[in-house]
Design a binder for this molecule. Structure first.
Ligand SMILES: [Zn+2]
Length: 147
């Protein structure tokens, strides 16, 4: 039943950077337990944390739509609804590829290598944007100075 994990296995772990439970790849094991994992979404490496939310119970093997990280489903589905409303007016020509050296404004359409299409919904600070992606809202950096 329980799949034995090893270095290179994928598992769900809480990513402190993405602030949600996402698929990670095991990079180090201690006593048959995953110790260090790398987030497949943001590529950051951190200690494995078991998700507090009960998301890792049953997953019907038939459905391949495991993209949705099912945390608080109500908030998630309304975010998904907002996202589909926003991208219904999507235009590739006005979408900007995201990178942290750019600055964005509310309503900007951006494309992100991991999260896909998104719309900037809030600018909480001069170096931060909140963007609504299909998988939910994410805080991203902006206006960084190239070193
Ligand atoms: Zn992450």
């Amino acid at each position: 039943m329980f799949k034995k994990l090893s270095v290179g296995s994928e598992l769900e772990s809480y990513c402190g950077r993405c602030k949600m439970v996402l698929n990670h790849r095991v990079v180090a094991m201690v006593d048959d337990q995953p110790r260090r994992v790398r987030c497949l979404t943001c590529n950051s490496e951190h200690n494995h944390r078991v998700a507090k939310a009960k998301t890792t119970t049953k997953r019907s093997s038939s459905s391949s739509s495991s993209r949705r990280a099912s945390s608080s489903s109500a908030a998630q589905s309304s975010a998904a609804a907002r996202w589909s409303a926003l991208v219904s007016t999507w235009n590739d020509e006005t979408a900007k590829p995201y990178n942290m050296y750019e600055t964005f404004k509310v309503e900007d359409r951006i494309t992100h290598v991991s999260f896909g299409k998104g719309v900037v919904t809030e600018i909480p600070g001069p170096d931060k944007i909140i963007t609504l992606f299909e998988s939910g809202e994410k805080m991203l950096m902006q206006g960084k100075t190239r070193l």
